[in-house]
Design a protein around this ligand. Sequence first.
Ligand SMILES: [Zn+2]
Length: 364
Amino acid sequence: MSAFAEFWLIACALFLWESTLWLPRRSIALRRAWRGNQWRVLDADGLLVMRELGLVLLLPLPPDGGLAPCQAPPLAVDGDGAFLLNVGAGRPALLAGVAWGDLHEEAQHLRVDGHQARISSPRCIALLRRAKQRGASPAAAVRQAWRLALSPARAGREWRRWRLVSAPLRWIGPVLTLGFFLGLPLTYIYRGSGPSVLFALWLWGLMGWTAGHLWWLGRRVYPGARAALRMDALLSLLVPFHAMRAFEIAALHAMGTTHPVGLMLATRDLTNPWLGGFVRRMLHPLPGVAADAAFGAALRGPLAAALARCGKTFDDYDGAPEVADDPAAGAYCPRCHGRYLAHVQSCPDCLGLQLRTLANPQPG
Ligand SMILES: [Zn+2]
């Protein structure tokens, strides 16, 4: 293999490596469908996971313009003042009482009482920090963070603002990618080394421009993530592959305080199956799991308020599943919508949750 082919293959591998996002496992990335207003759900906990992070693959060449990597607030608090820390993807850790002194912000982590939750955008914590400065209690600050994260009005604003301020990055990414993988080798083959050096300098100028834009985003638009965006700006200046994916990398901070439910409601994607599933998981916690019950209790209030803004209630999502194709089904699980024969009492997938009978079973 020639040295040139080797170089090209290594560059492709580096580009593919940069075409990934590692998100905390509680995160959900939404990807806008090409047509219509439905979101595709990419669960960070689905494809490939490490202890705290899960992999989300980006589309390789056109920049992932419709990608919204959403993060839930790392802490929740139920009506009785019990705190929950979303440590990984599994069940959150239940903590008795939390004072400001118990919360520690460390490199990419929020640490409480021996547990830690991974944070990939410092904006997540910035909300809590501001509430602390205002003199709010930790419980009030966490409840406010959830109200904001789920609010359709705020999610819509955040999304529009991101689309606006990121517009230049959306076209500069593919220009860099095509220039590096096609333009540079073709210039070298057909024009020789002098013009290809000039072409490379032009590409480096684009990388510099990308870095400048990221710097500006951190300074003017997302000051909560200033340090992280400055680091991305520096990397974009030095690593071409980082600059090619600057759009998606910065999206992480832009949508760092928005819950996927808020964004789905904001864009009127009210029939998304994931939305229904999320509502049902909050309404029907797993029996015998205290943390799951507390998490449902913590979220039902702000979730109902967010749905009400779009003229929806829990009942719109808590109905029976479609059974036209399954005439034998006589019962269903209200949480996972698994369908069962009429004599079955509980759902084995949901730790024995009581089943509901189907109101109008189709005649067999
Ligand atoms: Zn079930």
